[in-house]
Design a protein around this ligand. Structure first.
Ligand SMILES: Cc1ncc(C[n+]2csc(CCOP(=O)(O)OP(=O)(O)O)c2C)c(N)n1
Length: 532
């Protein structure tokens, strides 16, 4: 009879999950015994890094990824990253080792007491199998559930003495062979009604969100915008974990501001707002105002029932975003409305001394490869990067929809492991680096050739901006003098380059992009917030 270990690894194989991100402890070692040669173990030196790498890998491979953590403290360390994975709709099977069953009730050392409660409310499902023989089925259930809409993390606690137990071969085969398909298109009536509403509107607009790209709906969104002559806004940046629309496309207008009043103001001239693949809306900060422009109607298409229910206004259709956009595209005629005003393109940025984030991003744009991917965690220059780069291919942008720092560095490594043929640039603030700094080690250990672009403004720039918005003066703890990221990265074995002029930035980035090793380019930039 096969063991729990045999059956579980066969399940991982069958689900295409042969990369395991982890940080092991004594409670996880039995799972890893005789680690099969067709699997890859990617070690993260802290659990935030483990889950961050798995998050990037899952998103860029569009498959469920496994993160194996060390009992309670490992899960504790990973909570911020699990929060991000949930906001990113990232399908993760998170497992953690547990004390041997015989010692759980006495709560021997390392027992994960209340293991299933610990990761709530950040996971879709949390479980500890009642018998060793149930482990493969529980892992199958978790992996399938993680992938179903809305995709997200699940958690399974695994007692350390289960792995050599035997399982019934036929039962295991049934569990291993299972598959589920959760992509459902909206009812034909809803699609027809929405098509009529769209075509008869005077001035409709499309707001494109991250789940368009996650579901492969990019072409349908472009087709719909072109056929219906829709101007397109990207959903506000905090929630835009991926791009739903090519930002160099003539119909693209820009990124919506992230607050109630300003969103209504920006969409003022429209009578129908069609939102696809985004929550309505990822607002922050709180700037009150009307939720919608006067006389405007809003319809959202989302695969997430919770997103649909919690929206403060409008109608919603819960269905697969890509399939529903494709059905809508079929159902609408070519519109005779005037074409939207042309996309103004990137703002021209003069080279200044000292450099600022906008200048650096304009230099990055000059060398950025067509198939490049950006993983972004540079809070004060998010909009400047979007403006300068105008990313226009699917799967080229990853940003933490949850806003918890510590995503960028490990996620960029996960993305690069999933997309070895596309160059990955991690654009990150020096403050953000510190939340998952040991990810540098994994990049070196597994030869992951990410280019890290670190913007060194010696402060928490965005928090100084927020202080102004919130009328807060005199807050401590917003400056970061002497934080030498290049030296820290060198300590982990990364080749780091310090550059100070625009031409040097361009050259250093071009060289790092061409290199097959992880490299870091650190640029001192002027403080402040950079919007263009
Ligand atoms: C886990 C976590 N802790 C704290 C914050 C609050 N926070 C948001 S932005 C920011 C500053 C980031 O600094 P840096 O990366 O240097 O970027 P800058 O604002 O200078 O562009 C902080 C601390 C957060 N978002 N997540």
């Amino acid at each position: 009879m096969p063991t729990v270990r045999d059956a579980s690894f066969d399940l991982f194989r069958a689900q295409g999950m042969t990369t395991i991100f982890g940080n092991p402890g004594s409670t996880e070692l039995p799972m890893l015994a005789d680690f099969p040669a067709d699997f890859r173990y990617v070690l993260g030196l802290q659990e935030a890094v483990v889950v961050g790498m798995a998050d990037g890998f899952a998103q860029a491979s569009r498959r469920t990824a496994i993160a194996n953590l060390h009992t309670a403290p490992g899960v504790g360390n990973a909570m911020g990253a699990i929060f991000n994975a949930q906001a990113n709709h990232s399908p993760l099977l998170i497992t953690a080792g547990q004390q041997a069953r015989a010692q759980m009730t006495m709560q021997a050392n390392l027992t994960n007491r209340d293991a299933t409660r610990l990761p709530h409310p950040l996971v879709k499902w949390s479980y500890e199998p009642p018998r060793a023989a149930d482990v493969p089925h529980a892992l199958a259930r978790g992996a399938l559930l993680a992938s179903l809409p809305p995709a997200g993390p699940v958690f399974v606690s695994l007692p350390m003495d289960d792995w050599d137990a035997e399982v019934d071969e036929l039962d295991a085969q049934e569990a291993i062979g299972r598959g589920v398909d959760g992509r459902a298109v909206a009812a034909p009536d809803s699609v027809r009604r929405l098509a009529e509403q769209l075509d008869s509107a005077e001035s409709p607009v499309l707001v494109a969100g991250p789940d368009i790209d996650a579901g492969g709906g990019w072409d349908a969104a472009v087709g719909l915008a072109e056929r219906q002559r829709l101007p397109v806004w990207a959903t506000p940046a905090p929630g835009g974990g991926k791009l739903g629309f090519p930002e160099g496309h003539p119909n693209f207008r820009g990124v919506l501001p992230p607050a109630i009043g300003p969103v209504a103001q920006t969409l003022e001239e429209h009578d129908l707002i069609l939102v696809a693949g985004s929550s309505v809306f990822p607002y922050y900060p709180h700037i009150p105002g009307p939720l919608l422009p006067e006389k405007a109607t809003l319809v959202a298409i989302t695969s997430d029932p919770d997103e649909a229910a919690r929206a403060p206004m409008g109608q919603a259709i819960v269905a697969d975003v890509a399939l529903t956009l494709a059905a809508l595209l079929e159902a609408v005629p070519e519109s005779t409305r005037p074409a939207p005003e042309p996309n103004p393109g990137p703002t021209e940025i003069p080279a200044e001394d000292p450099l600022n984030s906008s200048t650096v991003h304009s230099a990055l744009a000059e060398v950025f490869p067509e198939d490049g991917i950006v993983v972004l965690e540079s809070p004060s220059s998010t909009l400047a990067l979007r403006n300068q780069l105008r990313l226009s291919r699917p799967g080229s942008y990853h940003f933490s929809a949850g806003g918890g720092l510590g995503f960028g560095l490990p996620a960029s490594i996960g993305v690069q492991l999933a997309q070895p043929d596309r160059p990955v640039v991690c654009v990150i603030g020096e403050g953000s680096v510190q939340y998952a700094v040991s990810a540098f080690w994994s990049a070196v250990a597994y030869d992951v050739p990410v280019t890290f672009l670190v913007l060194r403004n010696s402060e928490y720039a965005i928090l100084k901006w927020f202080a102004e918005v919130e009328s807060v003066s005199g807050a401590p703890g917003l400056d970061l003098p002497e934080l030498d990221t290049a030296a820290i990265a060198e300590g982990y074995g990364i080749a780091a380059h310090r550059v100070r002029e625009r031409d040097q930035v361009r050259e250093a980035l071009a060289a790092a992009l061409a290199s097959s090793k992880p490299e870091l380019v650190e640029v001192p930039v002027a403080p402040g917030m950079w919007l263009f």
